[in-house]
Write a protein that binds this ligand. Sequence first.
Ligand SMILES: [Zn+2]
Ligand SMILES: [Zn+2]
Length: 113
Amino acid sequence: MSATDTTAASTCSVAGCDRSAVKRGWCSAHYMRNHRTGSPTGSVPRARLDIAGRRFGRLVATEPVAGAGWRCLCDCGRTRVARTADLTRGMVRECSHLGVAHGPLTDDQPGEG
Ligand SMILES: [Zn+2]
Ligand SMILES: [Zn+2]
């Protein structure tokens, strides 16, 4: 009953992974992860979105703020820190300081390319 031949179909050497090994003892997914991160179980570093200089409504992203998003310069001259996701989704488009009068906001923005 113990005639199992494991030489033909080896599995990925990463613990807990039972996919078949294709390269260097790893499955394709773990091989690619090792290729990218230097470790088959390494986490892929989240590429920080670089939006410096990009315009979102009246705001232009100027510098990243650790843990908070981006500092943005509004057309009115004030700055505001906004989360990256809020900017890219169009949730935040101006400084929104109370008392600051903004004219009508046109949608005629330069492309993102
Ligand atoms: Zn694997
Ligand atoms: Zn403003």
